[in-house]
Design a protein. Structure first.
Lengths: 314, 256
């Protein structure tokens, strides 16, 4: 069902969750297409985990609807859950089980046909770099390996949607790279929701990003759009013999000039008006001693901080 | 799915030293009490022969051994069942089951079946001891079946109670003590409240309270009387407690 690419695998409308008088999630809309990796961002306590718990059927929403591949999660939870793989913040591992036993249990519980269970376990082990760890007890594994087992149990039944809550916490840089490439790979066949605090991670692996703040979505765009909007908005300018700031600011298209140091300036352009060329021409003509001109990136981090900061102040 | 979860619970039980300790302890204790009674029986046997219709070995040795087993289960089941849900909540592993495509009912029944299967193993070992006498003497197999049925039903009710209490807390030890308290309370209720209600000739409340007094319901079965009301009471108690557990876990998903 709905195997064609581009079909929505998750569709949530007006998702709301209240805990007593406190509203943790306020009417979120969320849509995920097959083959897409969605970065789900937000400061601590923004409602990310609550949202993920609702999407995976661990928590009943106070309001709103969730459709997983066209199946209503609230009306047919069993059918819908079979299409989801979930790695919670804290990997739910039974310490007294071996990796093989645990993954086999996960496969059976997720209704993988009995004859294909072994094969499914082997595949997910190979994908998560656990091929040689099958006989190890979960309780004796290092944090990084436990995390891998957590991911392996989420993908063992080859679900349409994989939901990962901070999958790279506690991993070393090598493991983080491996997990990231795994997530990219998963994005090819499945859709992935990735919740994280690590912003470069989102830029590295996600197609789309949504930022959650105080229970509401405050930003949602593709990473490609974010990258397009980068550059052309500001440059860092290095001049050996700098003129006065006013002279610089007088160049057409320039909105603002800050002196970072006596020879370095941050020059902000008017939106959609890249004045880099004019700036360079002026510098050459007036012999300002131009030695550096580099675009300042609006990173995801800037967006994130801007959107989620102001309310902390008041 | 129920049996997959039951298998997981059994595996977890056998992976912990607790199950082995309980098995050993029960077996040693029951074997001792069985052999002691058998010894006593052999000593009084010459006098029994002179009686008109003398009680047999099943009545004098086997049934009391099962009664001892029932008393030990009162302590053992809360210990064996304490981890079922409390530990999953403590280790945050409940989400593994809750995110899987299984209903809460299947989870609860699976856990119950897992624990009950373990208890059936204990009961099997208890039953094996008197069966070993079958080669040498005539056993009252009807009485043996009745008392084994009684003990199984009692174990089911105890297991359901300890599963329910385990769903109320995230601390296994609290669950064990709580379950023991609940079982003890039911036992006292059956003994005192049931009797005094019957004495005052209030049969309906007495019959109702009998549902919640598992040991009282075990008594007729231990005597070889298959009292259907007692059997129904034991089944009803187990079913009620399982339903409460399902309700509790479902409520947790709603409340958060």
């Amino acid at each position: 069902m709905s195997a064609e690419p581009g079909a929505a695998t998750i569709e949530a409308r007006g998702l709301t969750r209240k805990f007593g008088a406190h509203t943790a999630v306020k009417g979120i809309d969320l849509e995920l297409k097959r083959g897409e990796v969605l970065g789900f961002l937000g400061p601590n306590g923004a409602g990310k985990t609550t949202t993920m718990q609702m999407l995976t059927g661990n928590l009943a929403p106070t309001g709103g609807a969730i459709n997983i591949c066209g199946i209503d999660l609230l009306e047919a939870p069993v059918a819908a859950k079979a299409r989801i793989g979930y790695l919670p913040e804290h990997p739910p591992l039974y310490r007294e089980f071996t990796v093989d036993e645990y993954l086999l249990l996960a496969a059976k519980l997720h209704r993988v046909p009995r004859a294909r269970c072994r094969e499914a376990v082997e595949t997910s082990k190979r994908r998560c770099g656990l091929a040689n760890s099958g006989a190890k007890l979960l309780g004796t594994l290092s944090r990084g390996f436990q995390q891998r087992v957590g991911i392996a149990q989420a993908i063992v039944h080859s679900p349409d949607v994989v939901i990962l809550d901070e999958p790279t916490v506690g991993l070393d840089p090598h493991q983080i790279r491996e997990i990231r490439s795994l997530i990219r790979e998963l994005g090819g066949k499945h859709s992935v929701i990735l919740s994280t605090h690590i912003l470069p991670e989102v830029e590295a692996v996600c197609d789309r990003v949504q930022i959650l703040h105080h229970g509401s979505l405050v930003y949602g765009d593709t990473i490609a759009a974010l990258k397009r909007s980068r550059g052309g908005s500001a440059v860092l300018l290095g001049l050996q013999r700098a003129p006065s700031l006013d002279t610089l600011a007088a160049i057409p298209g320039i909105a603002q000039v800050h002196a970072v140091s006596p020879v370095l300036f941050r020059v902000d352009f008017h939106p959609h008006d890249d004045a880099t060329e004019r700036l360079a021409a002026q510098a050459a003509k007036n012999d300002w001693g131009l030695f550096q001109i580099s675009p300042v990136h609006t990173s995801l981090e800037d967006v994130f901080v801007q959107l989620t900061r102001h309310e902390e102040v008041d | 799915m129920i049996f997959t979860i039951a298998g997981k619970e059994l595996k977890a039980l056998f992976a912990s030293p607790l199950a082995w300790v309980v098995l050993t302890f029960m077996q040693v204790l029951l074997a001792y009490s069985f052999l002691r009674r058998l010894d006593d029986f052999l000593q009084i046997q010459p006098r029994l022969i002179r009686m008109a219709s003398p009680p047999g070995v099943t009545e004098l040795v086997v049934a009391p051994t099962f009664a001892t087993a029932a008393a030990i289960l009162l302590f053992a089941v809360p210990l064996l069942g304490m981890r079922l849900i409390a530990e999953e909540r403590r280790n945050q592993t409940m989400v593994f089951l809750m995110s899987a495509p299984v209903s809460v009912t299947e989870i609860v029944l699976g856990k119950f079946v897992g624990l009950f299967a373990f208890l059936m193993l204990i009961i099997g070992l208890v039953t094996a001891m008197p069966l070993a006498l079958g080669g040498g003497t005539a056993l009252d197999y009807g009485l043996l079946a009745s008392v084994a049925l009684g003990l199984s039903l009692l174990a089911a009710a105890f297991a359901a109670a300890s599963l329910y209490v385990s769903s109320l807390t995230a601390h296994p030890l609290v669950a064990a003590i709580g379950a023991f308290g609940v079982l003890l309370a039911m036992l006292l209720m059956g003994e005192t409240a049931g009797d005094s209600l019957r004495a005052r000739n209030w049969p309906v409340p007495a019959a109702l309270i009998q549902v919640f007094s598992p040991l009282k319901n075990f008594e007729p079965l231990a005597k070889g009387v298959i009292d259907t009301y007692a059997v129904i009471c034991l089944l009803l108690l187990a079913a009620t407690l399982l339903a409460l557990t399902i309700r509790e876990l479902d409520g947790r998903r709603l409340k958060g």
